[in-house]
Design a protein around this ligand. Structure first.
Ligand code: UDP
Length: 326
């Protein structure tokens, strides 16, 4: 495989790049470093600093590197920001990605794997234990909406232009590379697992629990945490599946197992051996109470199954930050 990875200096993208080059694939990263980190890009990959909206650049990279599959991660990803400034999400996610797709279509690459999200669903219908891909999609914010628009565009482009595409709807990506050399870095950090580890390391006074009055067994929100290296293997499986001419579309990526915020806290305390300072706060606006994936389609069609559980997620994320934590 000869892969172009947009946003390959970001969290999930950099883990995919590592996996690709470990597997012997050729990877070229295109990233403008607006939120990514150049030092997260594996040295065996080629790194191009630039904008996905630059068609001449995209075309020249695809041609020069003889790219046959594009993994498209480059995007804004903050729900709160997308509520305050939706235009940024229509510009940087929708418009920029459409420009990227135009540039791809003018060249020879025909396989596109899009980073999508469980945020396309919004609030699940009451009583739905695990979300399948056909569940109604009612995004609660411009972030989720922007990914849904792109999925729709890919579906049309697939029919009209022969683009072979998959949209991978991640549930809660977490964890880090097992060797401790790559990790989750967001500035500012808003995600539960890295924030909990910062609190365990004493870099934060406390972890704030957003709401204990949800209709769940312990009152805290339930999410489906999926290891970032399991996501990496799913991307490769999806690209191979498409390259073999099999049908694409949207695939949920999760474990099918939900963990509450309280269970994540208990796991962090167990793995780190440290008591976690916790303060309670009101619900965070826009949070659904339970989001758990049914990833049966990915298992059935891509042959993908996550192999790492919440303990592995927390252990690997903790190991990756230990040099600073201790
Ligand atoms: N959460 C929390 N405290 C934090 C960050 C997150 O209680 O400092 C909760 C949040 O309300 C949600 C879960 O942890 O129920 C996962 O949140 P995260 O932002 O990691 O991912 P999301 O599910 O929003 O994509």
């Amino acid at each position: 495989m000869r892969a172009l990875v947009t946003g390959g200096a970001g969290y999930i993208g950099s883990h995919l790049v590592r996996h690709l080059v470990d597997e012997g694939a050729h990877a070229v990263v295109l990233d403008d470093l607006s939120t990514g980190f150049a030092d997260a890009v594996d040295r065996r990959a080629r790194f191009v600093e630039g904008d996905i909206r630059d068609p001449a650049l995209v075309r020249s990279v695809i041609e020069a590197e003889r790219v046959d599959a594009v993994f498209h991660f480059a995007a804004r990803i903050r729900v709160d920001e997308s509520v305050k400034d939706p235009a940024k999400y229509y510009r940087d996610n929708v418009a920029a990605s459409l420009a990227l797709f135009d540039a791809i279509l003018s060249g020879p690459a025909r396989v596109v794997v899009l980073s999508s999200t469980a945020a396309v669903y919004g609030d699940p219908d009451p009583g739905v234990a695990a979300l399948g891909e056909d569940h109604p999609k009612r995004p609660l914010n411009a972030y989720g909406e922007s990914k849904l628009v792109l999925e729709g565009a890919l579906a049309r482009y697939g029919q009209a232009y022969g683009l072979r595409w998959a949209a991978l709807r991640y549930f809660n990506a977490a964890g880090a590379h097992e060797d401790g050399s790559l990790r989750e870095r967001h500035e500012p950090e808003t995600h539960l697992v890295p924030i909990a580890l910062e609190a365990a390391a004493g870099e934060r006074t406390a972890l704030t629990v957003f709401g204990r009055d949800y209709p769940t067994s312990d009152g805290t929100c339930v999410r489906d945490y999926v290891h970032v290296m399991d996501l990496a293997t799913a991307h490769v499986a999806a690209a191979r599946h498409l390259a073999a001419g099999r049908p694409g579309g949207a695939f949920n990526l999760g474990t099918g197992r939900g963990s509450s915020v309280a269970e994540v806290i208990a796991c962090v305390e167990r793995v780190t051996g440290r008591a976690l300072p916790v303060v309670d706060a009101a619900r965070r606006p826009g949070d659904a109470s339970v989001l758990v994936a049914s990833a049966e389609r990915a298992e059935r069609e891509l042959g993908w199954r996550p192999t790492r559980d919440l303990d592995a997620i927390v252990r690997d994320a903790w190991r990756a930050r230990r040099p600073r934590a201790l």
